[in-house]
Write a protein that binds this ligand. Structure first.
Ligand code: ADP
Length: 379
């Protein structure tokens, strides 16, 4: 009969299993938690995933099981999956950076006067990127210094909408972003070959976002806009950690179903303690030649989301504007010339410019911000 293997032999076997995404041994990444073997050779191991929704957990379970089963004396293997704590994830991030401390994100410093708006939507196709691109150039046209981070890993469309064809330039460890219509632009799409979808998740994605914010030379910005992927995922969580002062701008269509999911996306702000700056309703109606409005996607979605988020957060969440359907908006997006610049008199451009003006009025204000001062009692 084979002798019962010791834990060291089991650990050595696990050291040959790589995390499918990070491509490093799971033992090095702090992913192996409890590891036991009983007298009958039954092994039980807990593997900590970086994020709960890890799409590769089956691969990992299979690889871990196979590696342990190959050790002589192991009769059975039972794999339990857990999730890393925030501290464990932070330790992993430090490890991936080779021990270097996480670079400081300038916009997250207490004295930063840059307004950061994270543009979120419940689902794709509601016009989140179109709103981001147009607001960015509209704010820049008003003389503000504006940057955009396209963090929509599922459909990085910002470079095309802004007509950016250039690549960022790398100078030492600094990345210089391309500039289009006076807006500095960095997109996750500039870092993947061809038109491939981005498969990074968890720590990898967090690292990329940290780089966009810390290594990109943004200069002194008045406004930073972030185009988030639709829904509530890793990017939203990372942004909340990297930029706790980011305010959320929720984009929805008038449709009830879209409004409900937009509300969910907005409601994560209550968990991350981020403020919601307001709601934008897009595709609100189509203006017919006789001046009447056809409400193709129904009505009321934007107002409903604004009301629900106001009730949920206890802070006033206004409906900042309603953008009608407009062929000029779509054509402008396809041509890399946002409608607010190319066709500022169309109904959609006017609505977008109105929203931009409201946001511009809020820039560089200290109102509602903590000054980091502690009141002292009078002597
Ligand atoms: P998302 O970022 O939410 O996925 P996009 O901004 O990419 O959405 O918009 C999806 C498509 O709809 C694009 O082709 C865009 O040009 C078009 N679009 C968005 N808003 C409007 C609008 N108000 N009028 C006409 N077309 C629009």
């Amino acid at each position: 009969m084979t002798e019962r293997p010791d834990l060291q032999a089991l650990r050595a076997a696990l050291a040959r299993v790589n995390d499918p995404e990070i491509r490093q041994p799971i033992t090095d990444l702090g992913m192996v938690d409890a590891l036991t073997i009983d007298d009958a050779g039954a092994v039980a191991v807990t593997i900590l995933l970086t994020v709960a929704a890890c799409p590769l957990k089956e691969t990992l379970t299979r690889d871990v099981t196979a590696a342990l089963q190959a050790v002589p004396g192991v009769a059975s293997v039972d794999v339990t999956l857990g999730v890393m704590s925030e501290e464990q994830r932070a330790a992993l991030r430090t490890k991936l950076r080779g021990g270097a401390p996480e670079k400081e994100v300038p916009f997250a410093k207490p004295g930063s006067l840059t307004r950061v708006y994270a543009v979120a939507s419940g689902k794709g196709g509601v016009g989140k990127s179109s709103v981001t691109a147009n607001l960015a150039v509209a704010l820049a046209a008003q003389g503000l210094k504006v940057g955009v981070v396209d963090a929509d890993i599922y459909g990085f469309s910002i470079p095309r909408m802004l007509g950016v064809t250039g690549q960022p330039t790398q100078v030492d460890d600094m990345i210089l972003p391309p500039i289009a219509h006076e807006v500095k632009v960095i997109s996750i799409g500039m870092f993947v070959p061809g038109n491939q979808p981005v498969v990074w998740r968890g720590p990898m994605l967090h690292r990329a976002l940290n780089q966009f914010l810390a290594d990109v030379f943004w200069g002194d910005l008045d406004v930073l806009l972030l185009d988030l992927p639709p829904g509530t995922g890793d990017v939203a969580i990372s942004i909340a950690q990297l930029l706790p002062n980011a305010e959320i701008l929720v984009v929805t269509t008038p449709q009830t179903a879209a409004a409900e999911v937009a509300e969910r996306a907005g409601s994560i702000a209550t968990q991350t303690r981020q403020r919601i700056v307001g709601v934008v309703e897009n595709m609100s109606w189509l203006e017919l030649p006789d001046g009447s409005r056809q409400e193709i996607f129904g009505s009321g979605g934007g107002a409903t989301v604004a009301e629900s988020l106001t009730a949920l957060t206890g802070a006033d969440v206004p409906l900042l504007g309603q953008i009608p359907l407009d062929v000029a908006l779509r054509e402008g997006a396809d041509a890399g010339s946002p409608v607010v610049l190319g066709n500022p008199d169309t109904p959609a451009a006017r609505a977008l410019l109105g929203i931009a003006t409201q946001l511009a009025g809020r820039t560089r204000g200290l109102a509602g911000r903590s000054l980091g001062l502690t009141p002292t009692a009078r002597a």
